[in-house]
Design a protein around this ligand. Structure first.
Ligand code: HEM
Ligand SMILES: [Cu+2]
Length: 551
């Protein structure tokens, strides 16, 4: 029973009962929880394929091998990395923070009863599930072997289920667009009295900037994917050069969405980190306005750098220089954030809680991920590194080391608010260490072998890369152990964890903690909250009361 000391015991979790009361809820918190469950399941599916890939790559080169001498054949290897990539990008990383925590927290943080359009919000979730079914359908029927990027001309020629997959991604795009619209209107129209733009928590700024990109960029992907399907079904000659089309046009379209999309992935992570670092070091954020505005800066400049994915695609020299320059420009607002977090930590009263540990893991890994992006943004080095494992390592450091780690840290941070339960702090910290070690062991060797020329997306390789692949595979096993620990901590907390008794165990200052019950009630607040101070006005240095739970 989830009860608190200052309410009647009724909260959003127990207000209504039964499976259907969840499936058709319009409560933004329940919708957030449903996304959380769905995304976690897809993460397990995507992770399964990752382990399959790593297991194959652990196999030493077989002399005089045929494609079928290996654990998985060359063709199945192509399918495995396509499933892994598309599931992780479209079903996990893009929706991860916005759909789960954005939904759960946005109204709570700005003191609103719900998002602006609750029914539309529910619809976005249902659309997400339908899109996911189409994408996952290809695993069982017809396969998919194009890579998550669906590059033409291969995607218009292969015999696998490209149409179903792009249709799935098309549908998922609508979920993303509608969620973004909903959040934009919510931030503009639903803020509590007194909550000016500069009093909004930085997570809200980040979700806002993300939503703008979602609304502006996603339609381009949708149209592109429709064109791929049309090309396959009708041969209209958009991308096929024999019909007068241009396959490079696809790359321009695709990256016009997909580079902004990497900021859809990382900006919410940035938002999370600003919350975790301030709360767990009892410090106001260093340079609030700079951090807030840099999110918008990243969102805007991020639209003009897509050509850095095409340095070697025959792009003009002028375009190449132009895109390289802008790529450096986008690194500036990113660096502003990193400096600001470090300055916030400086002389803070840091408590090494599980969320803080994950925030530190994020800082370390994202720094490596971001800095290696600079090597890729420089034309002379990218010509060598493009399509090698260096790129694979780069984007895993930013997408997994960044977004996913932030997501896990955030779930730990808001766990008491979401579930009303405590979790094991000790095991939480241990999991952060195991994930950190496993992650670096998996992906750091990939930088090294990438610089030495190991190409990406190959099921086999020359003997000189064997040691790197072996290390990487061992690392992936360690990483899996760490992630399963996280899963068990959460499950253990749900079934055996002690009830949380404080409505604000971390002594945070934002409305989501200060004005809600231990577990928020159905319409969030007993009475309309009024914003009287900034989200990081920690007046006294206090150690959080929440220290340990169910161990
Ligand atoms: C912080 C500054 C960053 C810079 C300067 C940067 C730069 C680049 C460049 C130039 C490439 C193309 C490399 C090539 O294919 O040869 C690239 C690839 C990539 N980056 Fe970044 N990046 C940055 C951050 C990020 C972030 C935050 C994410 C995601 C959260 C991300 C995700 C990716 C992905 C997914 C690819 C590879 C796509 C593919 O070919 O499959 N990057 N990055
Ligand atoms: Cu990019």
């Amino acid at each position: 029973m989830l009860a608190s000391h200052h309410d009647t015991g009724s909260n959003y979790l127990n207000a209504k009962k039964g499976f259907l009361s969840w499936l058709f809820t319009v409560d933004h918190k329940r919708i957030g929880v449903m996304y959380f469950v769905a995304i976690s399941v897809f993460f397990l599916v995507g992770g399964f394929f990752a382990i399959l890939l790593r297991a194959e790559l652990m196999q030493e080169r077989i002399v005089n091998a045929t494609a079928n001498s290996y654990m998985i054949s060359a063709d199945h290897y192509n399918e495995a990395f396509t499933f892994h990539g598309s599931i992780m990008v479209f079903l996990v990383i893009i929706p991860s923070i916005p759909a789960t925590l954005g939904n759960f927290l946005l109204p709570l943080m700005i003191g609103a009863k719900d998002v602006a359009f609750p029914k539309l919000n529910l619809m976005s979730f249902h659309i997400y599930i339908v899109g996911a079914i189409f994408l996952v359908y290809t695993i069982a029927f017809g396969g998919l072997d194009t890579g998550w990027t669906f590059y033409t001309p291969y995607s218009t020629e292969t015999s696998t289920s490209v149409v179903a997959a792009v249709f799935g991604a098309f549908i998922l795009g609508f979920s993303s667009i509608l969620t973004g619209l909903n959040f934009i209107v919510t931030v503009h129209k639903m803020r509590a009295p007194g909550m000016t733009w500069v009093k909004m928590p930085l997570f809200v700024w980040a979700i806002y900037a993300t939503s703008v990109i979602q609304v502006l960029a996603t339609p381009v992907l949708a149209v592109t994917l429709v064109l791929v399907a049309m090309e396959r079904l009708l041969g209209i000659g958009i991308f096929d050069s024999s019909l007068g089309g241009d396959p490079i046009l696809f790359q321009n379209f695709f990256w016009f969405y997909s580079h902004p999309a990497v900021y859809i992935m990382i900006l919410p992570g940035f938002g999370v980190i600003s919350e975790l670092i301030t709360t767990h070091s009892r410090k106001s954020i260093f340079g609030y306005k700079a951090v807030a505005i840099s999110s918008i800066g990243i969102a805007v400049i991020g639209f003009f750098v897509w050509g850095h994915h095409m340095f070697t695609s025959g792009q003009s020299a002028f375009a190449t220089v132009f895109f390289s320059f802008l790529t450096y420009a986008v690194a500036v607002p990113t660096a502003i954030k990193v400096f600001s977090w470090v300055a916030t930590l400086y002389k803070g009263s840091i408590s090494f809680t599980t969320p803080m540990c994950y925030a530190l893991v994020f800082l370390f890994l994202f720094l490596i991920g971001g800095l290696t992006g600079i090597f890729l943004g420089a034309i002379s080095t990218d010509v060598h590194l493009h399509n090698t494992y260096f790129v694979v390592a780069h984007f895993h450091y930013v997408m997994m080391g960044g977004t996913l780690i932030a997501w896990i840290g955030a779930i730990f941070h808001w766990w008491p608010k979401i579930t009303g339960k405590k979790y094991s702090e000790v095991w939480g910290r241990i999991s952060a260490v195991v994930v950190f070690l496993g992650f670096n062991l998996t992906f750091f060797p990939q930088f090294v072998m990438g610089t030495r020329g190991m190409p990406r997306r190959y099921y086999d390789y020359l003997p000189e890369y064997y040691n790197f692949h072996l290390l990487s595979t061992i690392g992936s096993f360690v990483l899996s152990i760490g992630l399963f620990m996280v899963l068990f901590i959460w499950l253990h907390s749900i079934f055996f964890g002690k009830n949380e008794t404080s409505s604000n165990p971390w002594k945070a200052k934002s409305i989501d903690w200060t004005d809600t019950a231990v577990v928020p009630i159905e319409h969030n607040f007993e009475k309309q909250p009024i914003s009287t101070h900034g989200p990081y006005d920690f007046d006294e240095i206090v150690k959080p009361a929440h220290s340990s739970g169910g161990h």
